[in-house]
Design a protein around this ligand. Structure first.
Ligand code: AMP
Ligand code: MG
Length: 338
C-alpha cells in the first residue's frame, strides 16, 4: 500500500511539475487524456513499467501504448515509417489514435510484451500534453483501471480502482471521447484497425483510401492481432445483456425478468429510455458521441446488491458506434438478437 497523491490541475499550480518529477523518478502516475484516464510510467524503464502491470493486475502479454508529446519524439521510437503511416500521423495527431509501427528498441521490452512492433500515441489533451512535454521521456500508459473493469473517464473512477496502488493521480476533470484510442497497424501495405476507437474507419479512409478491420473484430474464433483484444473487458459488477430491437421488445424483456424477481437496470439512448420502466434507468445521451462519452461511467453505476441484471440497447455500428458496440459486446454476457 502506498500513499497516492492526488492533485487537481485547476487548484494546484504545481500539479504538472510534481507529477512529472514522480514519473521521471520511475513511479506510476494516472493522468487524463481525451479518451480515458491513463496510468503512466517511464517507458524506457523496465522496473517502472512493471509497476503499471502490478497496479492494474494486467496480463504481461498485453503490450502498452507509448505516449509522446511531439511527432519528432514519436518517430524516435520506431525504426521506419511508411508513407501511409506518415500520412495518417499528419492527419490525426494529436488525437485519439495509436499507431502500431516497427519498434527500434528504445522502450523497455515489457512495454511491447516482446513484440517487434510498438504502439505509439500523441494525445490531444492539454494536461496530458503538458505532462508529456515536461517529462521529455516516452510514457507507457494503458487505461488507469483495474484490468477487466470499465476504463476510467473521471478521476474518481481511477481513485476507486487504484488508490493505494499508484504514486499519483492528476485530476483534470472528465475525459471527452469516452472510449479508448483507435489502434491501427501501419506495418502492412494496407493499414488494419486492431481496435475501433475515437477515430473512425470512415475518417481514416478519407485520408488513405482502403483501411481493413482485423477479422477478429467480427469473428470471435479468429485470434486478434492486438493481444489485449482477446481478454474480457469493461465488465460491470452484474451480468449485462445486449437487447436488439424496439423499445417494446426491451420492455418485454424487462417485464419478464422482473416477474422472475430480478432487479433490472437499463442503459439506453435518451429517446429510448423515456419509453421504458425498470428498477434503474441510465440515459446515455441523445447521440452516439454522447453515448460513447457516458458509457463507462454508466457501466460503473450499476452495483451488485442493488441490481441483478443490466439490459442495454444496441446501436448502429457506424462512426464511433463501432467502438461503442465493440466495448458493449466485450462487457456483456449475452446478446438477444431480433
Ligand atoms: P489499453 O492501453 O489498455 O487501452 O490497451 C492498449 C491496446 O493496444 C491493447 O489492446 C493492446 O493489445 C494494443 N497494443 C498495444 N501495443 C500493441 C502492439 N505493438 N501490437 C498490437 N497491439 C498493441
Ligand atoms: Mg485498457
Amino acid at each position: 500500500m502506498v500513499q497516492t497523491k492526488r492533485w487537481n490541475v485547476q487548484t494546484n499550480k504545481m500539479t504538472i511539475s510534481e507529477a512529472a518529477a514522480l514519473l521521471k523518478d520511475g513511479q506510476t502516475v494516472a493522468f487524463p487524456t481525451e479518451t480515458v484516464y491513463g496510468l503512466g510510467a517511464d517507458a524506457t524503464n523496465e522496473t517502472a513499467v512493471s509497476g503499471i502491470f502490478e497496479a492494474k493486475g494486467r496480463p504481461e502479454d498485453n503490450p502498452l501504448i507509448a505516449h509522446v508529446a511531439t511527432k519528432k519524439q514519436l518517430t524516435s521510437l520506431v525504426s521506419s515509417l511508411s508513407p501511409i503511416a506518415e500520412k495518417l500521423i499528419d492527419a490525426f495527431t494529436p488525437g485519439p489514435i495509436t499507431f502500431v509501427l516497427p519498434s527500434n528498441g528504445t522502450c523497455a521490452e515489457n512495454v511491447t510484451a516482446g513484440l517487434s512492433t510498438i504502439g505509439v500515441r500523441l494525445p490531444d489533451h492539454p494536461v496530458a500534453n503538458k505532462l508529456l512535454k515536461e517529462c521529455g521521456i516516452p510514457i507507457a500508459a494503458p487505461s488507469a483501471n483495474v484490468s477487466g473493469k470499465p476504463s476510467p473517464t473521471t478521476a474518481d473512477h481511477v481513485w476507486t480502482d487504484l488508490n493505494g496502488k499508484i504514486a499519483g493521480l492528476v485530476d483534470g476533470g472528465p475525459t471527452g471521447v469516452g472510449v479508448e484510442s483507435t489502434v491501427i497497424d501501419c506495418t502492412q501495405e494496407i493499414p488494419i484497425i486492431l481496435r475501433p476507437g475515437g477515430i473512425t474507419k470512415e475518417q481514416l479512409e478519407q485520408v488513405v483510401g482502403k483501411v481493413m478491420l482485423d477479422p477478429a473484430l467480427a469473428n470471435v474464433s479468429e485470434k486478434p492481432k492486438a493481444p489485449g483484444m482477446k481478454y474480457r473487458h469493461y465488465a460491470p459488477e452484474v451480468p449485462m445483456w445486449l437487447v436488439e430491437g424496439s423499445s417494446e421488445k426491451m420492455q418485454e424483456v424487462i417485464n419478464d425478468q422482473r416477474v422472475q424477481q430480478n432487479r433490472v437496470g437499463v442503459m439506453a439512448s435518451t429517446l429510448t429510455s423515456h419509453k421504458l420502466e425498470a428498477d434503474r434507468i441510465i440515459s446515455l445521451g441523445v447521440d452516439i458521441a454522447e453515448i460513447a462519452a457516458n458509457l463507462y461511467d454508466a457501466l460503473r453505476e450499476f452495483k451488485d446488491g442493488e441490481i441483478d441484471l443490466i439490459l442495454c440497447e444496441t446501436f448502429p455500428e457506424t462512426s464511433i458506434g463501432e467502438a461503442v458496440m465493440n466495448r458493449l459486446k466485450k462487457a456483456s454476457t449475452d446478446y438477444l438478437k431480433e
